[in-house]
Design a protein around this ligand. Structure first.
Ligand SMILES: Nc1nc2c(ncn2[C@@H]2O[C@H](COP(=O)(O)OP(=O)(O)OP(=O)(O)O)[C@@H](O)[C@H]2O)c(=O)[nH]1
Ligand SMILES: [Zn+2]
Length: 221
């Protein structure tokens, strides 16, 4: 049963989240606690509304817990996706094409695992194909599957690169993420306008300095 149907079934006994969650690449997912039922999740939202200082029983907030839980299904839908499987379909009729394939300015949304606050940014991806390429929309899907989890930007960058490497076995992969963290700009240190930049270089992008430079220079940082 996938997450969506699981959450629709309010009577179902809680089962270990790890029984359903997919890992990124070949790595095992972290051992999670028991995943609660939808009813438990909505009760938790009511608790947070009280913690914020409002009344979950007032008319404007009555439907909010159900909405928040539905939003969580979307925001954290990555736990039920296997990024490597998204890249299963490849195309091998690439003629003599022997240069990098790059996708720039892919928007993504994630949540930092320290504050569960939004991370919004852009991903820039390159890989050096070996005999086969993947549909470019699938690269965007991989970013989404890795981002819709609780993350830190460094691991998100690595997850995306590893998924592409595992699935395509290319000559190399490069991933650069440029993102704003709302835990940095809406609270805490209130550092507005800051961007975090992370990079993961594998294969030829790690060993060939000129190739790496060319990719990094092509990104609008
Ligand atoms: N390296 C890294 N740090 C992150 C990321 N997202 C959030 N953080 C940081 O995680 C840290 C958590 O630090 P703590 O001291 O435990 O939390 P805090 O008291 O809320 O810290 P402040 O944000 O400084 O108020 C903060 O410095 C955040 O800026 C990320 O993706 N990567
Ligand atoms: Zn944070």
């Amino acid at each position: 049963m996938d997450l969506h149907s699981h959450l629709l079934d309010e009577t179902e006994e809680s089962v270990p989240a790890t029984a359903r969650r997919n890992s990124v690449g070949s790595r095992k997912p972290p051992l999670g606690p028991i995943r609660p039922t939808r009813i438990d999740a909505e009760a938790a939202v009511r608790t947070l509304i009280c913690w914020a200082g409002d009344d979950p029983a007032r008319p404007g907030l009555l439907d909010t817990p159900a909405r928040v839980v539905r939003a969580y299904e979307e925001w954290f839908g990555g736990y039920d996706q296997d990024p490597v499987a998204l890249l299963e379909r490849t195309f091998d009729e690439i003629g003599d094409y022997d240069q990098t394939v790059e996708l720039h300015d892919l928007p993504f949304h994630s949540f930092c695992e320290h504050h569960m606050a939004a991370i919004r940014g852009k991903a820039h991806i390159a890989y050096m194909p070996v005999n086969r390429v993947v549909g470019i929309s699938k690269l965007a899907r991989v970013v989404e599957a890795c981002a819709r989890r609780l993350q830190i930007q460094e691991r998100l960058t690595d997850d995306i690169a590893r998924a592409i490497e595992d699935a395509l076995q290319p000559g190399g992969v490069a991933v650069v993420l440029v993102a704003e963290h709302s835990c940095m700009n809406s609270r805490g240190v209130h550092a507005h306008g800051t961007h975090m930049v992370t990079k993961r270089m594998l294969g030829v992008f790690e060993t060939d300095v000129d190739l790496r430079r060319e990719f990094l220079a092509s990104i609008d940082l």
